[in-house]
Ligand binder design. Sequence first.
Ligand code: ADP
Ligand code: MG
Length: 347
Amino acid sequence: DRNISPPRIRQLDEAAINRIAAGEVVERPASAVKELVENALDARASRIRIEIADGGRTLIRVTDDGHGIAAEDLPLALSRHATSKIDGTDLLQIHSFGFRGEALPSLGAVGRLTITTRATGSDGAMSLHVSGGRIDAPRPAALRAGTVVELRDLFHATPARLKFLKSERSESMAVTDAVRRLAMAEPGVAFDLRDVSDGEDKVLFRADPAASLADRLATILGRAFAENCMTLDAEREGHRLTGHAGLPTYSRGNAVHQYLFVNGRPVRDRMLTGALRGAYADVLAKDRHAVAALFITCPPTLVDCNVHPAKTEVRFRDAGLVRGLIVSGLKHALAEAGHRSATTVAT
Ligand code: ADP
Ligand code: MG
């Protein structure tokens, strides 16, 4: 219509931009916990304590003993696309969980966020509060070392998202699952997850520093898994499969205990779970699911982990090859354990 003049285009302000981005980065309390624990791991923490209340909806507090944030950089940590982890020149060489510089500004846009931190070697701690995208001036604070990130009233600024949250129980189960996955990714780090709703203090998950992945898996999946699993080690054209997978006799009625990691990062991937299912197809009934923690490592140039802001999806350059590696690696291990299937085992 020639009579309608075009609406003017305007630049959104930073708070609005962060709120929009937060929709992708922070889907539910578990995604906030995942981002904060990843930050603690990237800061080389050796102990991480996580407290939640009401399934993470009213409170998430992550305390770490990592290197902290330099006082002069603290406001930058809340600025979008500001990160200490990459310089932006090579997105295929990423060795940290984070790299997009989006988590803290997103959380500050959809909740009340307070960061208290003391950088290694610094003689004092600083604290910074942001709510609804408004950042207060940094203030001196008391903290011996490391960083405490406290997120209150998640999604108070985005009521639509608040309405989509599930029951307290399922949100807190999703939080526990996220922490469990990261605890498998980093066996040497101590984790302590508590529910502090209504002044309570209930341990939801705990893991002492483990000497090996096998020890950590025994803590998380139980001794019975440790005694009924196969150790994997297979290689194909620069891709390596390691980890542990349960014997067919140690299966479950659902697939919740299937943990997948690509270059140390917990991921969810249909191709990978499909390969896992395919490998057991001949030795497991259709309604049974293997318990497994599979670790794929490959040169960073062969996999893209920058597919989605939440960084839980990956794209392999050669997905068929990875599928084949998993299927043959698992079938080989199954055959060695005496569960030779009807079909020939590819080696
Ligand atoms: P990213 O992790 O992608 O860099 P974030 O928004 O999660 O982006 O964090 C921004 C920056 O704040 C990080 O690059 C890091 O320098 C700093 N930071 C965040 N959390 C911590 C922490 N727990 N300990 C030390 N530094 C942190
Ligand atoms: Mg981060």
